[in-house]
Design a protein around this ligand. Structure first.
Ligand SMILES: [Zn+2]
Length: 212
C-alpha cells in the first residue's frame, strides 16, 4: 500500500472582476504580487495591488487598515516589504479578505499544481481501525486483483473550488465516467472529509484508490 500527500497549490490568486475606470467597463484585475505599505505616524495600512489586464489601471485590495505597528508580526511585515510571492498568494486567496473588499473572484479559472509527497505509513492520521478496514478488497467475487491501493491525503489549504473527480481525472487520465465507475465499484472510497466524487474538495480529505 502506498501513502501520498497531495497539496493543491494555486499558480496565481484568482482574478477579480470589477469596474475599471480606465476601460469604463467591467474587466478582470490580476494580482501584481506586490504590496503597498503606508506607514502614517503610528498607523499602518497594507494593500495588495491589482492591475486591470487590459489597461494596467491599479486597484488596491485592503489587507490591513490603520493598524498599530505592534499588531503586525515583524516577519510578516518584512514579507510585505519584499513582496514575498507566497504571502501575496495567501492574501490573494484569502476568502475573508476578498469578501470584506466585496471582490468578485474568478475561482473557477484558477490554475493549480498538485505537489505530491510520498509518506511513510506512520505519518498519516489514519487510525488503526481505518487501516484494518482498508485491507478488505472491494469485491468479493474471488477474482484476482493486481491493483495497488493508495491512500491519498488531499490538502486544499487555499480553498480552491475544485471537484474531486476533476482532480482525479487530470491526475490519472480517467474520464468522468470512469471516475464514477471507480467510486460505484468501490475502487475509490472517501475515508474522511469529502462527500463524494462529484463534490467539491474541502480543506482536507482522505481517499483510498485502487490503482490499476
Ligand atoms: Zn482597464
Amino acid at each position: 500500500m502506498k501513502i501520498e500527500k497531495w497539496a493543491i497549490v494555486p499558480k496565481t490568486a484568482p482574478e477579480i472582476i470589477r469596474n475599471c475606470p480606465g476601460c469604463r467597463r467591467k474587466t478582470a484585475f490580476h494580482s501584481s504580487e506586490s504590496f503597498r505599505i503606508n506607514a502614517n505616524g503610528n498607523k499602518i495600512d497594507v494593500w495588495l495591488i491589482y492591475r486591470c489586464e487590459k489597461c494596467n489601471f491599479s486597484w488596491n485590495l485592503d489587507i490591513y487598515t490603520r493598524i498599530s505597528p505592534g499588531f503586525l508580526d515583524r516577519r510578516l511585515y518584512e514579507r510585505f516589504q519584499r513582496n514575498d510571492r507566497t504571502t501575496a498568494l495567501e492574501y490573494g486567496c484569502c476568502k475573508e479578505i476578498l469578501s470584506r473588499n466585496k471582490a468578485e473572484a474568478l475561482w473557477e479559472q484558477v490554475e493549480y499544481d498538485v505537489e505530491i509527497t510520498k509518506l511513510p505509513l506512520l505519518q498519516t492520521q489514519l487510525s488503526q481501525k481505518q487501516y484494518k478496514k482498508t485491507q478488505i478488497s472491494p469485491t468479493e467475487c474471488g477474482q484476482e486483483f493486481i491493483k495497488e491501493k493508495v491512500l491519498v491525503a488531499i490538502y486544499n489549504q487555499y480553498g480552491l473550488s475544485l471537484r474531486l473527480d476533476k482532480l482525479l481525472c487530470s491526475h490519472f487520465g480517467w474520464s468522468r465516467k470512469e471516475a464514477v465507475k471507480m467510486e460505484e465499484e468501490g475502487f475509490l472510497r472517501i475515508l474522511s472529509g469529502g462527500k463524494g466524487c462529484k463534490a467539491k474538495i474541502p480543506k482536507f480529505m482522505e481517499i483510498e484508490i485502487y490503482e490499476s
